[in-house]
Structure formats: structure tokens, C-alpha cells
Design a protein around this ligand. Structure first.
Ligand code: FRU
Length: 565
């Protein structure tokens, strides 16, 4: 029996592609030159050590620098590998890779490999989710430029192909027809003379207002350019796609919107029938700026929003502005505008979170319904968990939907979560709506998108009164939800949920000293819908009237749910 299984194991072992170590010449001043041989394959595999200082890696053809990235080249140990895909340049005469700021003798020079094997040294990660979107390798943060076209959901995202920590921002791309299974696509936007590719949005230009072509997909993003004197300069740029969003051409007139502020980013644009023009909402320090344009190329500032309203304990980022329907109460059926304002830090439970404002928008100015509700730092939050950030909606979604996706992490510890060759996942998609609470005030709800119905991904519990719900596994690890009907709160305790020690903020919750992640309730709780994946728990009370999204890193997935009175 034994020898047979050994035989089967040998037969099924992957064939390791022949690899080679490219030739390296070390110079003075910590500069090394590598000359890859095109015959050895398209990928130069770079050994990475997450806690090594950033080295500068450049591709030079002849005497011209083609690209340059910051890469944490391994000095003493290799945590994982990233690929430099040399395909575009491999056959150019005299292609060289130059590495600066890594002393000769560091381990990386012996560990470099070149081959055509895209699975080279691929790590099967313990905590990779089963049905949430993740990058195969590399770092991810904000969802960007999401749109829907001809049956396909397009998700772009902030991406570092050269490591599992933030840096070298690109726009990576994945597509899905069901919001569950995601197909990786080639990288959409790479850094250029204007800087690295920060967050932004996409629209489908049905009427060719831009002149880029009928139904062109147009992306607007922030290019963030480091200066030699420290700091970054941020400007808004355009790129367009005439093949449905798979490949983009950058607009030659970039940048299209510049400013003098340090934080001037994350453009979110949408067509507004009320003014027959495009609107743009942009995060600028601790306020939002609203612009209009006939063609996405020339922009007029219309108004500013935010002074003295909501939470200002951090930088305002990644805005969205959408019109939603009220689903209950006296105003049922009416519509209101909701301004989404991601803020970091300053979230109620610590770090980054999404606050929102309900009001009216006429294409020029956004006005909150009741300024008193947002005074003195009072804020309303879309999700009270710690791992729900940079939430924005898909444009051009079908049936008037405003489907949203969040980055399921928190800037407090995102760079340190215990995965290796990739970091971060997205939340499941959600459908925002407005509902009336018991106090007759309007609130934002976010229900799981209908694509998840009946797929067996979630558990729904009926709730009658105060209770504790314990999610656990056979290792005794647990995640505890407590519904307190008297206090009208739903709280989450992840202190015994598995690995927590990678960053002390993981078990802290803002200003509270008990570490409990607490959400206020605006109606009595009657049901809880819980989505558990390998390393996350997303809870939707009363179909999303209250949402709590948190990461967890247990030894094995939580597979036991028990309710305690
Ligand atoms: C939000 C954010 C954005 C910025 C991007 C950079 O998480 O800081 O404001 O565009 O990430 O990656």
C-alpha cells in the first residue's frame, strides 16, 4: 500500500521548470547589474524579505530607464517570491535590470531565478478565503474603477505586484459574472511620469462625450508623484479603453485636474441627468470637492463639503455620491443622496472606516438633511466592523443598482496580517439602501447582493431577544457576537479568534478599553445573516440595517455556531 501511494505521489508531483540564476555584476555604491538571457524565460523571480529596507529596481534598455520600482529584496532570508514580468522588453537589445541599495553578499543575489513558470514557489496560504476576491500574489488595497458591462463585473484595485506590503501602486484587474468567482486579468494601469496609480473610478461613456469613442470605458485616477524633496504631488488623470475595459490608453492631455493641496485624490465621477453633465467628487484633506464637466477633460469646481460635519479625526479618502431609495416608514419610496466618505484614521472602532451623510444633491452642491446629526464629530458609519474600508460602488450596474465592494482590512495593521505572498481580500458585494430607524431618523443599510442568495455561503439566524452567538472551531477558538436589546447594540469580540498578536491594534477598538467592536442598532434585531469565510466574518443584522465586518485568523475555519441566551 505504502509503496503504491509513494508511486502515485511521485507521479502527481508538479514538474519543476528548469530555472537559472541570471548573471549579476556588483559595482561600487551598492549597485548591481543583472543581464537576463531571453532564452531563460519571461519572469525574473525576485526573492523578498518583508522586513528588509526597500531597494530600487530599474529596467534599463540601452541607456534609457524604462521603469523603476521599490522592492524589498531579501537580505538574510526569503519570505516569498515576486515576478518581474520581462516579456515586454526581453527581446530588446541590451536589456538590464539594475538593483540599488542592496549590499553585495545579500542572499537575494544567489536566490534570483528566471523561468517561464508562473507558479514558481507558489505558497498555498492557510488563510486564503474560499469565495472572497484576493490577488494571487502581491499586495491589494482599495477597490478602484469598478463598473459593469455586458454581463461582466469589472473590479480594479490598488496593487503592488512587487511585494505583499503597500507600495508601487498599479491598478490590477479582475472580472466576474456572479460576484463570487473572479478571473484575474492583466494589470490595467502601471506607474508613469506623473507618478504611481492611486485610487479612482471608471464610467462607460455611452454618448461619446469624451471623444474617446462610443461606449469607451474611461478611467479617472490619481497619479501620485514623489518629489526628490520629500512628499508627493497628486493630480487627476484619464485613461480610456475601447475594448470594454481590458486594455487602457492614457490620455495625452494628462493631468486634467491639478490642485495645490497635499491630499488631493480618489476622483469618483458619474453622469448626472439633472445637469446634463458629469459630476466628480474628490477627496481633499478633510473635505470633499464637487466638480462638473461636459467631457471629463475640463472641470469646474462647484462646491466644497464637510467643514464642521462628521468625523475629522483623519484624512478623508475615496468618496462616492449616489442616489438611494428609502425602503420603509413614511418616506418609503422617496429618494435621497448619500455621500460616502472613507476616513483614515478616525473610525469609531479604530483606524480606517466608512462614514456617510444623507442629504440632497442638485449637481452643484450636496446639503445634509440635518446638520445637527453630524455636529461635534458625530458620525454615521456604513459598517461598524474594523475591516471595511475604501467602499465605492460599481458604475453602470444593471437595473439601477448601486452595488458596492469594500477593501476588507484596516490601515492599522493591513501590512502585517499573517498571509505571505499576498495580502488582503475584498468584502462580499452589498446593495445600499436607506431605512427609517425607531427614532424616525434615516440611516444607511447595506444588504448582501442577491447574487449570494441560495448559494450556501451564509447562515441566517432568527433573533428574539438579547443573546450571544458564538462562532467557533474544534481548536476552541471563537468569535463572539452579543446582541444587547436593552442597550440596542451588537458587539463583536475577536480576542480569542485565533492569531491576533501580529499587531496590538488588532484587538483594540478605538477609544474603548475593553476591545469590543460595538455597533449601535436603530431597530430591534430580528435576524442575523452571517457570512463566514476562512479569515473573515461579515454580519448583516435585519438584512443589512447593521453591518459588522471583521477579519479573523483561526487555525481552522469557524464551523460551529451556537446561540446562548
Ligand atoms: C485609501 C488610499 C487612497 C489612495 C490609495 C493609495 O486607502 O489611501 O486615498 O488613493 O489608498 O493606495
Amino acid at each position: 500500500m505504502k509503496s503504491k501511494s509513494l508511486f502515485v505521489a511521485l507521479l502527481t508531483m508538479p514538474v519543476i521548470a528548469m530555472a537559472s540564476v541570471p548573471r549579476t555584476t556588483h559595482q561600487a555604491l551598492e549597485q548591481s547589474i543583472i543581464k537576463p538571457d531571453s532564452k531563460d524565460g519571461r519572469y525574473l523571480w525576485l526573492p523578498i524579505q518583508d522586513n528588509a529596507p526597500e531597494a530600487r529596481l530599474c529596467v534599463v534598455i540601452g541607456n534609457t530607464e524604462i521603469m523603476a520600482q521599490n522592492v524589498r529584496m531579501a537580505r538574510e532570508k526569503v519570505d516569498y517570491y515576486v515576478a518581474l514580468d520581462m516579456q515586454p522588453w526581453l527581446n530588446e537589445k541590451g536589456m538590464k535590470v539594475v538593483i540599488q541599495n542592496v549590499p553585495e553578499g545579500c542572499i537575494c543575489f544567489n536566490k534570483l531565478e528566471q523561468n517561464n513558470d508562473e507558479d514558481f514557489q507558489f505558497i498555498t496560504e492557510t488563510f486564503r478565503p474560499n469565495y472572497h476576491h484576493t490577488p494571487r500574489r502581491g499586495w491589494m488595497n482599495d477597490p478602484n474603477g469598478m463598473f459593469y458591462l455586458d454581463g461582466t463585473w469589472h473590479l480594479f484595485y490598488q496593487y503592488n505586484p512587487y511585494g505583499s506590503m503597500w507600495g508601487n501602486m498599479h491598478w490590477a484587474h479582475s472580472t466576474s459574472t456572479d460576484l463570487i468567482n473572479w478571473q484575474p486579468q492583466p494589470i490595467a494601469l502601471t506607474p508613469d511620469a506623473w507618478g504611481t496609480m492611486f485610487s479612482g473610478s471608471c464610467i462607460v461613456d455611452h454618448n461619446n462625450t469624451t471623444g474617446f469613442g462610443k461606449n469607451a470605458v474611461v478611467a479617472m485616477y490619481t497619479a501620485s508623484r514623489p518629489t526628490p524633496f520629500g512628499g508627493d504631488v497628486q493630480a487627476q488623470c484619464l485613461a480610456y479603453s475601447t475594448d470594454g475595459g481590458y486594455t487602457f490608453t492614457k490620455y495625452e492631455g494628462n493631468p486634467v485636474l491639478t490642485g495645490t493641496e497635499k491630499d488631493f485624490r480618489d476622483p469618483n465621477m458619474f453622469w448626472n441627468d439633472e445637469i446634463g453633465a458629469w459630476n466628480l467628487i474628490l477627496a481633499c484633506g478633510q473635505e470633499m470637492r464637487i466638480y462638473s464637466s461636459p467631457d471629463l477633460k475640463t472641470w469646474k469646481e462647484e462646491s466644497r463639503f464637510g467643514a464642521g460635519l462628521g468625523c475629522h479625526d483623519g484624512v478623508w479618502e475615496c468618496p462616492d455620491l449616489i442616489k438611494l431609495r428609502i425602503t420603509n416608514g413614511k418616506k418609503k419610496g422617496q429618494e435621497k443622496w448619500v455621500l460616502f466618505c472613507n476616513i483614515n484614521p478616525g473610525g469609531l472602532n479604530g483606524g480606517s472606516a466608512t462614514q456617510y451623510f444623507i442629504g440632497d444633491f442638485d449637481g452643484h452642491k450636496f446639503t445634509v438633511d440635518d446638520a445637527g446629526r453630524y455636529s461635534e464629530g458625530n458620525a454615521l458609519w456604513q459598517d461598524y466592523g474594523k475591516d471595511h474600508y475604501a467602499t465605492v460602488s460599481f458604475s453602470n450596474a444593471p437595473d439601477g443598482r448601486h452595488t458596492m465592494i469594500a477593501w476588507m482590512s484596516n490601515w492599522e495593521y493591513a501590512n502585517e496580517v499573517p498571509t505571505k505572498q499576498y495580502r488582503s481580500a475584498n468584502s462580499i458585494a452589498r446593495e445600499p439602501y436607506i431605512y427609517e430607524g425607531a427614532d424616525k431618523q434615516l440611516y444607511l443599510g447595506s444588504a448582501p447582493s442577491p447574487e449570494y442568495d441560495g448559494k450556501g455561503l451564509d447562515k441566517t439566524l432568527k433573533i428574539k431577544g438579547s443573546c450571544k452567538i458564538v462562532l467557533s472551531n474544534e481548536n476552541g477558538e471563537e468569535y463572539v457576537l452579543t446582541y444587547d436589546q436593552k442597550a440596542m447594540t451588537l458587539s463583536a469580540d475577536r480576542s480569542k479568534s485565533g492569531l491576533t498578536g501580529f499587531n496590538s491594534n488588532f484587538t483594540k477598538a478605538g477609544k474603548r478599553n475593553d476591545g469590543l467592536i460595538v455597533a449601535p442598532l436603530h431597530n430591534k434585531l430580528t435576524s442575523l445573516r452571517i457570512f463566514i469565510d476562512r479569515s473573515s466574518v461579515e454580519v448583516f443584522g435585519n438584512n443589512g440595517e447593521v453591518c459588522v465586518t471583521n477579519l479573523v485568523f483561526p487555525k481552522s475555519e469557524f464551523n460551529i455556531i451556537s446561540t446562548v441566551k
